[in-house]
Design a protein around this ligand. Structure first.
Ligand code: HDD
Length: 697
């Protein structure tokens, strides 16, 4: 038996043999077999009686193949169905030994394997990557003490305070019950009917209507554990903790028109981006930041830290950076890994514990339950992607799809079989086992049984206002415009005024802009359950204030046509790659473009199939000849026009100017010559251009 605790094939104390291969059992074989291992001689023809006769029922090769195919699909996740994932590791950069006894947080430099799945929430598994939606950010840590799942989102708050409202939220936001549309969109009657009747959702709605909900890339968004959790040290002392993931590439989002056009250009925009970055060796990376605090701090805040609709501003409680998350390997198989991975917030390790957050408490039940329904068996934890990489020993037995082979007589505890030399199996471990944590005073755990919420939960607007006040003008315009866009799709007449009546509690100016954008009268303010207070703005909440001016990890589109300068093209591509960005050459004909020196080049994409919304900045590297050709091509005019209205930098040759003029490009700091200035320009977005290119609320 191997001594390596990460060897999943090892037996564990004589109790179970885990026969879980890392790869398929027949990996490397070059001949086809049935599932019974019988070699298949002909995979083209079913077995027939005579050349033109009926197919025979005895054809087990055919029957097995069709039978298995018929059962390939499993139920998709009720929410977060569309996801993309990667393997990687978490590396501790600062020991937390005095704060938590969790093994993964003890030794600086130690790496823990992880599997991370990003997702949209509302859409089905086959829906698009870029709707306006929250993104899931779920991390499974395979620690030496068992699996810890941090199942978070890219937004630090949630729509509801109590898990009992989750089915209502999800029913309201998903496609409507009778007509089965819209897919992957909150812009419809039932969602806004529900949301406008649920003032506690207002803070999260502000985030969902902001650019946070239309990220440029999974690699450029934050992640949050959302709830307040606990760390527990070796002495049993507890510290509250909130988890934050900070992307190394900085925050970046799209603009709404760009997100809409991305849905047409590339359904898999985020999935492809993640896969390609990892394939290219540009491993996505995040820092793990912690907000650590005690009961005393918690009791002094004007909100309840057990309320998942509230944040703790970073300016009030700065993040302590303790590690980094690196994704360095794409899954080998989408179904076996990304689809079958089963996250459960209830999976924690000694040193980490829950709080009484009523949303978290409900989640602790829901995820385990849903995995049984989705994966069909209580043994889903044995699937390779879910199996802990440390020994598993207990007396749980049997069930559908049992993949272990327990040995010995003992399948109960206590037993005295061990004493008699028959192998009694594992025992409780009072010292190293998971302790039952008891809160310092324990007073929250006593009292009458009540269906009520704590007093401060009634404040639904203070932090929505804080979020609004922390945004730049441009971000505020995006939020107001998103409310207008979404509510304009609502047919129920009573809903938009009701929603605007709630927004009056957030900020009168916001409410006015939304009402004006919708063309409705400003309604009365809806009474607030608790009057909001003014909190100091938190710059950390703004994307634009936290963007990193870099082209690292970005994709730059280069439009060429016959006659483009060969030398300029080569040096542009080299400079882009030197900056750890991706150069993508677009031409009218993908197979061949003739360059200035007579050479030909194969493009990466064809003009109509590679519109500029898939790039972060564009270069129009055209000769007079190429410009002449493309002036008559609508896709080329739109290519340039969209780059401009999506607020991107445009580098261009002097000869390309007629195309820029035709596309309505007006000179500004983001429209530059294709020299060094282009790289500086390409690292930014040009927000001030926006009021001239679209009407915002
Ligand atoms: Fe949830 C999936 C995140 C509240 C019930 N949730 C799911 C996933 C993420 C989150 C990232 C996808 C995991 C994956 O990639 O497989 N959920 C959250 C966050 C919440 C939250 C950050 C609030 C802070 N969720 C929440 C509540 C409930 C659920 C209150 C139920 C009471 N969530 C589920 C679920 C899902 C799920 C139905 C669907 C698929 C799955 O669990 O595995 O059980």
């Amino acid at each position: 038996m191997s001594d390596n605790p990460f060897d999943t094939s090892r037996g564990n104390g004589g109790e179970t043999h885990q026969h879980i291969p890392e790869k398929g059992p027949h990996e490397g074989l070059d001949h086809l077999t049935t599932n019974q291992g019988i070699r298949i001689s002909d995979n083209q023809n079913s077995l027939r009686s005579g050349e033109r006769g009926p197919t025979l029922l005895e054809d087990f090769v055919l029957r097995e193949k069709i039978f298995h195919f018929d059962h390939e699909r499993i139920p998709e996740r009720i929410v977060h169905a569309r996801g993309s994932a990667a393997h990687g590791y978490f590396e501790l950069t600062e020991s937390l030994s005095g704060i938590t006894k969790a093994d993964l947080f003890q030794r600086k430099g130690e790496k823990t394997p992880v599997f991370v799945r990003f997702s949209t929430v509302a859409g089905g598994a086959g829906s698009v990557d870029t709707p306006r939606d929250v993104r899931g950010f779920a991390v499974k840590f395979y620690t030496q003490e068992g699996n810890w799942d941090l199942v978070g989102n890219n937004i630090p708050v949630f729509f509801i305070q109590d898990a009992i409202k989750f089915p209502d939220l999800v029913h309201a936001v998903k496609m409507e019950a009778d007509r089965a549309y819209p897919q992957a969109a909150s812009a419809h009657d039932t969602f806004w009917d529900w949301a406008s009747l649920m003032p506690e959702s207002t803070h999260m709605l502000m985030w969902a209507m902001s650019d946070r909900a239309i990220p440029r890339s999974f690699r450029m968004m934050q992640g949050f554990g959302v709830h307040t959790f606990r760390f527990v040290d070796a002495e049993g002392k507890s510290t509250f903790v909130k988890f934050h993931w900070k992307p190394k590439l900085g925050l970046q989002s799209t603009v709404w028109d760009e997100a809409l056009k991305l849905q047409a250009a590339d359904n898999d925009f985020h999935r492809r981006d993640l896969h390609e970055a990892i394939e290219a060796g540009n491993f996505p990376e995040w820092e793990l930041g912690l907000q650590l605090f005690d009961e005393d701090f918690a009791s002094k805040q004007p909100y309840d830290v057990l309320d998942a609709t509230k944040i703790i501003p970073e300016e009030v409680l700065p993040l302590k950076i303790v590690g980094r998350l690196v994704l360095d390997r794409n899954p080998d198989n989408f179904f076996a890994e990304t689809e079958q991975v089963a996250y459960c917030p209830a999976n924690i390790v000694p040193g980490i514990d829950f709080t009484n957050d009523p949303l978290l408490q409900g989640r602790l039940f829901s995820y385990l339950d849903t995995q049984k329904s989705r994966l069909g068996t209580a043994n889903f934890h044995q699937l390779p992607i879910n199996a802990p990489k440390c020994p598993v020993m207990n007396f749980q037995r049997d069930g559908q799809m049992q993949m272990n082979v327990p040995t010995g007589r003992a399948n109960y505890e206590p037993n005295s079989l061990g004493v008699h030399g028959e192998g009694g199996g594992p025992r409780e471990c009072p010292v190293t086992g998971f302790p039952t944590f008891s809160a310092a005073s324990g007073k929250e755990e006593q009292g009458d049984k009540l269906r009520i919420r704590a007093e401060l939960f009634a404040d639904h607007y203070s932090q929505a206002r804080l979020f609004w006040k922390s945004q730049t003008h441009s971000e505020q315009a995006h939020i107001a415009s998103s409310f207008v866009f979404e509510l304009s799709k609502v047919g129920l007449k009573q809903v938009p005024p009701r929603m605007v009546g709630n927004l009056l509690n957030v900020d009168p100016e916001l409410a006015k802009r939304v009402a004006e954008g919708l063309g409705i009268d400003l309604p009365q303010k809806n009474p607030a359950a608790r009057e909001p207070i003014d909190m100091p703005p938190s710059p950390a909440l703004s994307i634009q204030k936290n963007m990193k001016q870099t082209i690292e990890g970005r994709k730059i589109g280069i439009l060429i046509a016959d006659g483009s300068d060969a030398h300029a093209l080569q040096s542009l591509v080299n400079s882009i790659e030197d900056a750890n960005a991706t150069a993508f050459v677009v031409a009218p004909k993908v197979g061949k473009a003739r360059l200035s020196d007579g050479s030909t080049i194969k493009a990466d994409g064809q003009l109509a199939g590679s519109p500029s919304q898939i790039f972060d900045a564009v270069a129009v590297l055209l000769s007079g000849e190429g410009t002449g050709i493309l002036l008559k091509e609508g896709a080329a005019v739109q290519w340039v026009m969209n780059a401009f209205v999506h607020l991107k930098a445009i580098g261009h040759t002097p000869e390309a100017l007629p195309l820029l003029h035709k596309a309505g490009v007006e000179p500004d700091e983001g429209v530059v010559a294709l020299d060094g200035a282009f790289f500086e320009a390409a690292a930014k977005r040009y927000w001030y251009r926006e009021p001239n290119v679209r009407m915002l609320a």
